[in-house]
Design a protein around this ligand. Sequence first.
Ligand code: ADP
Ligand code: MG
Length: 710
Amino acid sequence: MRARETTALYSTGTRPKQTATPDLRTPLQFLPGVGPRRAAQLERKGLSTVEDALFFLPLRHEDRTRLVPFRALQPGQVATCEGTIVGLSPPPPGRSRAPFVVMLRDASGYAQASWFNAAYLARVFKRGARLVLHGKVTRFKGAVVMQQPDYELIESGEDDRLHTGRLVPVYSLTEGLAQRALRSLMWRIVDTFARDVPESLPDAVRARRKLVALSAALRDCHFPSTETALDAARRRLAFDDFLLLQLGLAILRSRTTRARGVAMNPRGELVARLRASLPWPLTGAQERVWDEIRRDMAAPFPMHRLLQGDVGSGKTIVAALAVLTAVEAGYQAAVMAPTEILAEQHFMTFRQLLEPLGLAVTLLTSSLKPRERAARRAALAAGEIPCVVGTHALVQESVEFRRLGLAVVDEQHRFGVEQRARLRGKGEHPDLLVMTATPIPRTLALTLYGDLDVSVLDELPPGRRPVVTVARTESKRREIYTFLRDEIARGRQVYVVYPLVEESETLDLKAATDMALHLAEGVFRDLSVGLMHGRLGFEEKDAIMRRFKAGEIHILVSTTVIEVGIDVPNASVVLVEHAERFGLSQLHQLRGRVGRGPWKSYCILLTSGRPTEEARRRIGAMVETNDGFKIAEVDLELRGPGEFFGTRQSGLPEFRTADLLRDGAILEEARAEAQAIIAADPELRDPAHRALRASLLARWRGKLALASAG
Ligand code: ADP
Ligand code: MG
């Protein structure tokens, strides 16, 4: 029953039929004029029903009420114009890299359009045909040229009012499906069915937030009469995106806060002993955050908290205090990290902190030998080991705990909602602490972590100075080496980092290995050079890290395995080779390996070849700021929310319209409404919330499992 309820957005109560009057659930194939071939093309776009098509929103709109005359085109501008083809010049034979150029005329004059790799256009374009063009204007050898514009052939027909003289929707296409044909089909669908889409929002919410009706919003999102109508429509649909997400998160959250958890309120002896053994006091921010966590753990409800703090802000020690509290209260604690390397690093840290207190820590990853893994699992199940550090191997079915009281998840953004839930499922409502070293802009935090309480470490340990960051090219290599030598002479240590791209792991590994050899036998033969990479076994890595920490290795050449978790305060320089190949948050993490002690520290970003525009912006951002929060915002801007946010991986519903960068204000409004709605009606049983409930279930595709009665 539930499965069906969640597949259609608006339950009409009937099964799809092809004979009765078509409705929202009618397969597109049964609409007049749509045959099996067209239906198959639409299917490739994920469109099978009328309703799917209604929510298939245009990529953009072109304002064809204001076509720019050719004479008025300005280089640099993005313009839409229309003209008649007066000449075609395909690339000459044998010069396939030359563009296909088309000469056009309109009432005001002439222009050219050019496309690369487009020999097929000879079959598409005919002299005398009318063309609408949209794209960037440049000047080439004195002529005004539109380069690689989007184009559309204009044929006169009865539905001309759809394609010209208005705000015209432009859809994403697929092979065999032309813009004009798709637009005509969409017009028919919107014209016939948009009005049938039931309103999902309660009237009060719509009135309060000044939102247009859903049916009007859908119509105007496709075929708006004015820009204003389009904006209002977009605002409504974005609001729905955010509201449905925030409602779901609010429901998940209200369930955890209502569930009975364990109250862990031990005397705090272990915590006191660990604190006494630390060489420094906690920072004010650490004290505050620890207090928030301690209160959560003492309360009889499960903790559900995000600890957010920039690289080097000292999250690990806070997590260790939480672990000790759980252990002293008689429970087990699990710490999960997204990669094997990071899990190993954490394992070393926790062992260092906990073993002197007489507590055993174990490591659980999938690279262990099966027998060893089985032994450790058995020890956990028997309750013999109080603390385990591991990768996602921890959430495998075969892993059991005797009494899991606390789950810590590091680098939270790399895990999905489901993995987080699975780890929690290993105990009876254990406390959950998730940590992220990538500071996240507020809009994203509300989206990703809307179901969590948030603590922020907004202070670095005292004495930290911003890391001096510079961008350099190959020509400066010798100066750089001299600089490294000077730093080492002052007693410091150095990282040299190589990118590791999965596709060519072996090649890159070779680059790092060759470099280590080159440095060890050449320029730095009087110094000690170490090599670290992911292929080494745990024991070897451990040994190298120990020697580096002890100062026995001066220069550690490494792949990105040191990206997170490594902590050697004496290191003062990180030299990043091929900096153009790293992502922004990765660069920020790498920089975070230095500046951890009282020394002035440096991050040298060495680029080779000609970096792309985006790579240049990444490196520019690094040089400009040390603030992880600003870095995260630039990263979000450059990569776009989809990538940054890993929507698919997160397990959260995807947005149809909303744009996290642009629509922050709408998100705040939707969040406020979601909280008010859930506070008043936690499972959406009020008849006034019926339609909303149906939308919610559909959007979350079963992941919410609302009690289906009522
Ligand atoms: P992150 O938040 O990036 O995980 P870590 O927990 O690895 O940061 O801490 C970074 C470094 O700061 C470590 O060397 C840690 O020992 C040190 N540290 C943590 N808290 C303090 C403090 N209150 N005072 C001084 N150093 C601290
Ligand atoms: Mg950390």
